[in-house]
Design a protein. Structure first.
Length: 183
């Protein structure tokens, strides 16, 4: 496989993307909430309870995030038996890998689904209705989807029918080239 067939990022590169996106994500969610609704009034005890609840909800949402990758994988023909799900503890990364190539269009949907459902939609609703907890949750989920967004940026130039497959050990994918018969 030629080196240009791999579209991957190291965890360090994903973290650099995260640090670049953190200010606009924070301003666009938490900052906008504060401008529209002000600082939520709560006692110290309420803040502690809300923080503990947010931690529990976030841990559950990490699992839901991965399930939201799996659902479109199933729609494009990847079988549950082909999925590889795991955690890279040293990198703090939870992942699910599909076991076969899919079109770049399908891969984009697989990557974008969790960020849209757990991040963008709750952010819009939380900001519009003044729901502080939901807005903070949405911000956390948008931050959690930065790796997916970074891979979307890596493959933005690929035609939709290009076949790609999750990289086995890195963040990103490999372009699958059709084999040409020998002449």
């Amino acid at each position: 496989m030629a080196p240009d067939d791999s579209r991957t990022l190291t965890v360090e590169e994903v973290l650099r993307v995260l640090w670049r996106l953190l200010p606009p994500l924070t301003l666009g969610t938490l900052g906008l909430y504060l401008v529209l609704w002000g600082w939520p009034a709560a006692s110290a005890g309420e803040w502690v309870r809300a923080s503990l609840l947010m931690l529990a909800v976030y841990l559950g949402a990490v699992i839901v995030h991965e399930i939201l990758h799996i659902i479109p994988m199933l729609f494009v023909g990847i079988r549950i038996s082909e999925l590889r799900i795991g955690v890279r503890w040293k990198d703090g990364v939870v992942y699910v890998h599909g076991g076969r190539p899919v079109s770049a269009t399908a891969y984009r949907v697989i990557l974008a689904t969790p960020g849209i459902i757990l991040g963008i939609i709750p952010a819009v609703y939380g900001i519009a209705t003044g729901h502080a907890f939901l807005t903070v949750f949405a911000w956390l989920m948008l931050v959690s989807a930065v790796g997916d967004w970074a891979v979307l940026r890596l493959i933005r130039d690929l035609p939709g029918d290009t076949l790609v497959q999750d990289h086995d050990s890195e963040v990103g994918c490999v372009i699958v080239r059709p084999e040409t018969p020998p002449e």
